[in-house]
Design a protein around this ligand. Structure first.
Ligand code: HEM
Length: 364
């Protein structure tokens, strides 16, 4: 089977190379373009990016070409930037010249009607709805449920070695589910986690739509996920109450002509937001734990703060409450990485975040 794919790939590659030789690809000799390599015809440097650690891919090019370099990924000519000055131009001072886009394979995987792929009125409407569902005040009522998630997770770590990122993903996923659906109903969320895992693997893999590839598996998972969410939507639309969480908010929403969002619009956004919320949050939490581990003084101070609250909770024989979470100034400061707006644009923001001369404010 693998040999078959190799041959198929080789033939496609030859054909594409021939096409690219016949049709001139833009004016890539233009001296004003940033330095860098556009790789092979059509596939560009996609294979290189997917077959090595992304950090290595970026850092070798950064060393060779500087903070701004050109490349070609997933069928798109790209300029990669890793200097705050350039990022500021793209995102702030000249932001009107740029439009946020995603490769078509990623758009198809998340759902074309999700917020990420839109601008204008539809985008603003969704942004307001999503923000409202994820505000700290919106999760006020979920403190005890989140506490249960944490306690369950922490007790599963006893006498075993864990992979921090994987555990943070479990945590962030369960919390994202609460925010998306307004609570954890096993009936509604059963099986969704497994489908998300498949979706995530395919999303981050080479978009080869062939039997057995992570991409093909992710497409199947996406279809099943869609069916499940649509069933939930139907159940909620039929009942008098639209329910809580982002799903409830999306179902209630009406535009200025009193039109509801369609089932596909609701489903694509639920799938997309859970996707956007869980991996990113898990990754930030993992970095927080790493930096706490590396900064013993801060770790001790945060532990003292947490122990004080734990002691009060135990003393009063109760669970964690919202007001307890407001009495963690140091913990909150540690968790609030300063993410200036312009940081968000990097595909490889990790390089920037861990570069001390450039980011002194990430130090505690
Ligand atoms: C610390 C964790 C997070 C990081 C690092 C992060 C990072 C990002 C980045 C880089 C973008 C793309 C911005 C752009 O294309 O202009 C984005 C967009 C988005 N993220 Fe996050 N994210 C995080 C947490 C979350 C959470 C918890 C949610 C839950 C609602 C979320 C929902 C979204 C949405 C809805 C968008 C699209 C915004 C728009 O199109 O206006 N993210 N995020």
């Amino acid at each position: 089977m693998q040999l078959f794919y190799a041959i198929l790939f080789f033939i496609s590659f030859l054909l594409l190379s021939l096409m690219c030789l016949l049709f001139k690809r833009g004016n890539l000799k233009d001296k004003r373009l940033p330095p860098g390599s556009m790789g092979w015809p059509y596939i560009g440097e996609t294979l290189k990016l997917y077959t090595q650690n992304p950090n290595t891919f970026f850092s070798t090019r950064q060393k060779g070409y500087g903070d701004i370099f050109k490349t070609h990924i997933l069928g798109c000519p790209c300029v990669m930037i890793s200097s705050p000055e350039a990022a500021k131009i793209v995102l702030v001072s000249q932001a009107n010249l740029f439009k946020p886009t995603y490769p078509p394979s990623k758009e198809m995987m998340i759902g074309p009607e999700a917020i990420f792929f839109h601008q204008g009125d539809y985008h603003s409407r969704l942004k307001k709805l999503v923000q409202a569902s994820f505000l700290p005040s919106a999760i006020r009522g979920s403190v005890s449920e989140i506490e249960k998630i944490v306690l369950r997770l922490v007790s599963s770590w006893e006498n075993t070695t864990i992979n921090t990122l994987n555990e943070m993903k479990k945590f962030a996923f369960d919390v994202a589910i609460i925010s998306a659906f307004g609570g954890r109903s096993d009936l509604e969320t059963e099986g969704i986690k497994h489908l998300y895992n498949c979706l995530e693997k395919g999303y981050n893999s080479m978009p080869l739509d062939l039997p057995g590839t992570p991409f093909r598996k992710a497409k199947k998972a996406r279809k099943l996920l869609n069916e499940r969410i649509k069933k939930m939507i139907k159940r909620r639309r039929e009942s008098q109450k639209k329910g809580g969480g982002l799903l409830g908010v999306l179902l209630e929403s009406k535009d200025h002509k009193f039109n509801n969002l369609s089932d596909s619009q609701v489903a694509d956004n639920i799938i997309g937001v859970i996707f956007a919320a869980h991996d990113t949050t898990a990754s930030v939490l993992t970095w927080i734990l790493k930096y706490l581990h590396d900064n013993k003084e801060v770790l001790e101070a945060v532990t003292r703060e947490q122990e004080k609250i734990r002691w009060a909770v135990k003393e009063e024989n109760r669970g964690l409450r919202w007001d307890d979470t407001r009495r963690m100034p140091l913990t909150n400061r540690v968790c609030s990485f300063k993410f200036p707006q312009y940081w968000y644009i990097y595909d490889h923001c990790q390089t920037l975040h861990s570069d001390p001369p450039r980011t002194p404010h990430t130090k505690y």
